[in-house]
Each structure stands twice: as structure tokens, then as C-alpha cells.
Design a binder for this molecule. Structure first.
Ligand code: CTP
Length: 421
């Protein structure tokens, strides 16, 4: 393995921080290793954006020096671990440790350990590789568990027979890695996973911990394959609600995976969530919103989508319509809801939704709410209404430039004042 190539593949900023850390560590005789996801991703030639590091001792002292010398924001997380923030990057840094699980599913008891014990406490062989850091590079790749061979053979393999019992969230993780990389679960690992599911191992963990791992699955670039595989291996009962993968949902997920407006959706997991939960009862929706610790905005979108008469809207859109008619039917709906309808729609309804989204996504008003206020229109809901009507005029091509927009707003403002609206 060419360690120089791995190093050169890291973003410049990350290389810089690694060399600073190395210098500090060396002064204190502390060894530093890159571990887990980033090592795996370097070997697989995938992009690395965040770093997981371990040090062989004295993490506290190293963090103190980091704080003094670079004034990085440092946040201790659990025992012997911390997060370091710099620019857009997050660095997870930990001291090598061993873990003991007092009960299946319980959080582990952690104590300092050797690098080898640190490797053996991990979930899968492909996540238990280390690159030792040196001046401007890596000095060696350390593999206690056959992780490199498994990466080459494209295999997901647990390190211990009771791995899924110790931490049932690893069932969801195994599926995520298998599907993300197009790997296979090693036969023994797959049998252990199935046995753990059969013995209801999920009941030993809080649904919240499982939910957090599940949400990470929904943030994957492709969600259909991991969801299909979860459905096949364990279903979704671990989320404490009854979720079915209907054929309608399957076709929406497939479309979402290569969806052209994906980048315009701010929160990547919200659309798969809306698709998956679209047919739940409101009570169940409340329950799962708590389990997944969703934000208020996410909960509100989900509720609106569940309540929406989707069939009715799609049937209203199922004939050829002018842009302005389409706008009238859709403009009171949130962008994410329109996206879900678009993923669901077929035939003419799909074409109408596409037209609307194409125009809407490319549509940025030149004037802002502040501009409207400066035109003498009193603050309040009227500003929002005027901006909505302006958008519609833009969609219809009635206004094109900033001057057109200002003229249009003035005209509307005058009319509204006269009519007392
Ligand atoms: N880990 C583990 N068991 C878990 C969670 C994490 O052994 N239940 C270990 C793995 O070695 C993993 C590392 O902790 O590589 C960091 O965890 P995480 O950030 O969740 O894993 P990544 O592989 O970095 O995740 P991803 O690529 O999905 O971002």
C-alpha cells in the first residue's frame, strides 16, 4: 500500500492540522493515529472530510496544549474522547481504550487500553485499521484484524461473536456499510446478525439510539438499497411504529436516489422520512418524531404531508395546465412537500410538477422584503403576500428585471391600498 498516495489525497487543511498535531504529540512523546472511517475511505479511494484520531496516552494533556497554542474549539464528549472544531472540519479524537459491556445493549464501561485492544472493541474489521501519523505523512498501516483483506474481498465482518448483542445499533451500521460500498456480509456475520434479530436484541437498547443510527441511513446518497435490506433482515419495528415499504414508497425512494433537485433540499433526510412515514397515523407520527428527536420544523412538515390529500392534488394536476394554474395549485405548499408529490406523481401530473419545480428552483426574486418595506408598504403579512404575487408574475414571465419587480410591487401596493386589502 502506498501511504504517500493516501496522505496526498487528504484535503490541504487536514494535512496541515495533522502535522501540527504530530509536532505537539512528539514533544510530549504521544503517538497519533488516524483510525476507522477515514482509513477505510482512503483505502477505498473515497473522499475523506472528517478525521477520527486516537492517541496512545495523555489525551487530556494534548487537548490542553491544543487549546493554548491554537485556540481551537474543543468539546469533551464521553470519557477519553473529544471533538475538535476547526474551520469546516470536525476532528474526533480519543485515547486508545478498551470497552466492557456490563449488559447487552448497555453503554460500555471504558478504560484506557492498548492500540490492539482499541482495535478489538470496534464494530467491523474494515473499521479497525490505523495509520500512524508522522511528519508530513503516515509511517505505517496497522491492521490487527485482517481489515485490509476484507476491504479487498469486499466483506463486512464483525470482530466478536457477541458484537451485535453488545451493541445492536451495529445491525443498522452493518447494513449501511454493506449497501454503501456494495459489499457482502461475511456468512458468519450474517448468521450472527439474523440470530440477534430473532432473539429480539433491539429490545435491549433505547429506540432513540437505534433512531439516531437509522437517521444516518436516511442521509446516505442512496437510501433505497439500505432500506430494502433493513426491511429484508429486520423490518422497522425497532422504531416502535409500524412502517411498511409499499411499492409506491419503493418507487419514490428509487427516484429520490438520483433526483435532480436533491441539492435544493436543505435537510437531506427529510424527504426519505416524509416518504417512509407518509401513511402513519398522527399518534404514531408523534411517537416516532420523539424517537428520532426531530426538530419542530421537521415534525410540522411530516404532519402536513401525512394530512395532505395527495391523491386529490395529483388528480387536479393530471391534465395539461398553464404555469400560472399550476402555481395556484401548489404555491401554498412547502417546497419539500412539492418534492414528495413530484416523486410520487406519474404522467401529466409529474410533468406539471416538474415544470413548476424547474421554474421555482431557478427563480430568485431580485427584491427582498426589506426593499418592499422601503417602498412604503407597512410591515406585516402584506409584504409576504406581495412577494408571493411577484413570484407568480415572474413565473408567468410578466416581470424580468429588478426594475420590473419594483414597478410591479408599486402597482400592486397602490391597488391594495385603494381596495383596502
Ligand atoms: N464504532 C464502533 N461501534 C459503533 C460505532 C462506532 O465500533 N457502534 C467505531 C468504528 O470503528 C467506527 C468509529 O467508531 O469507524 C467511528 O464511528 P462513526 O463515525 O459512526 O463511523 P464512520 O465509519 O466514520 O461513519 P461514516 O462513514 O458512516 O460517517
Amino acid at each position: 500500500m502506498n501511504l504517500e498516495i493516501f496522505y496526498n489525497r487528504l484535503p490541504e487543511k487536514l494535512k496541515h492540522i495533522l502535522s501540527q498535531l504530530f509536532k505537539l504529540g512528539k514533544e510530549m512523546n504521544i503517538k497519533l493515529y488516524l483510525v476507522g472511517g477515514p482509513v477505510r475511505d482512503l483505502i477505498l479511494n473515497r473522499e475523506v472530510l472528517d478525521l477520527d484520531l486516537v492517541v496512545n496516552r495523555d489525551l487530556e494533556v494534548l487537548l490542553e496544549r491544543l487549546r493554548e497554542e491554537f485556540s481551537f474549539k474543543i468539546e469533551p464528549t464521553r470519557f477519553l474522547t473529544a471533538k475538535v472544531y476547526f474551520d469546516d472540519f470536525i476532528l474526533d479524537i480519543a485515547e486508545t481504550r478498551k470497552e466492557y459491556y456490563p449488559l447487552p445493549g448497555a453503554l460500555p464501561e471504558v478504560s484506557p487500553g492498548t492500540l490492539k485492544s482499541d482495535a478489538y472493541r470496534r464494530d467491523f474489521t474494515i473499521n479497525a485499521l490505523y495509520l500512524e501519523i508522522t511528519t508530513n505523512g503516515f509511517s505505517k498501516l496497522i491492521d490487527y484484524v485482517g481489515g485490509v483483506k476484507d476491504l479487498q474481498k469486499k466483506i463486512i465482518r464483525v470482530l466478536k461473536r457477541n458484537s451485535f448483542y453488545e451493541d445492536p445499533t451495529r445491525i443498522i451500521r452493518a447494513v449501511r456499510y454493506e449497501q454503501r460500498f456494495g459489499f457482502k456480509m461475511e456468512t458468519g456475520t450474517l448468521s450472527l446478525l439474523k440470530k440477534a434479530v430473532k432473539e429480539n436484541v433491539f429490545s435491549t437498547v433505547t429506540p432513540q439510539r437505534l433512531g439516531a443510527e437509522f437517521i444516518r441511513t436516511l442521509r446516505e446518497k442512496n437510501v433505497f438499497n439500505p432500506l430494502r435490506r433493513l426491511d429484508e433482515l429486520c423490518g422497522f419495528d425497532f422504531l416502535n411504529v409500524s412502517i411498511k415499504l409499499t411499492s409506491e414508497k419503493i418507487s419514490s425512494f428509487k427516484r429520490w436516489d438520483s433526483y435532480k433537485y436533491k441539492r435544493d433540499v436543505l435537510c437531506p433526510e427529510i424527504i426519505p422520512l416524509m416518504i417512509l412515514l407518509s401513511d402513519l397515523e398522527l399518534l404514531e407520527l408523534d411517537r416516532i418524531s420523539q424517537i428520532l428527536e426531530l426538530t419542530r420544523a421537521q415534525r410540522s412538515l411530516l404532519k402536513k404531508y401525512v394530512r395532505l390529500d395527495k391523491e386529490k392534488i395529483l388528480s387536479l394536476l393530471s391534465k395539461k395546465l398553464s404555469v400560472s394554474k399550476i402555481y395556484d395549485r401548489l404555491n401554498n405548499l412547502d417546497f419539500e412537500i412539492v418534492v414528495c408529490l413530484h416523486l410520487l406523481a406519474k404522467g401529466q401530473a409529474r410533468r406539471n410538477l416538474d415544470l413548476y419545480l424547474k421554474k421555482l428552483v431557478g427563480l430568485r426574486l431580485e427584491v427582498t422584503g426589506e426593499d418592499v418595506k422601503n417602498l412604503g408598504i407597512a410591515q406585516g403579512p402584506q409584504i409576504g403576500h406581495l412577494l408571493e404575487r411577484l413570484k407568480k408574475a415572474r413565473l408567468e414571465g410578466k416581470v424580468k428585471t429588478r426594475e420590473d419587480e419594483i414597478r410591479y410591487i408599486k402597482k400592486l401596493g397602490d391597488v391594495d391600498r385603494v381596495s383596502g386589502n
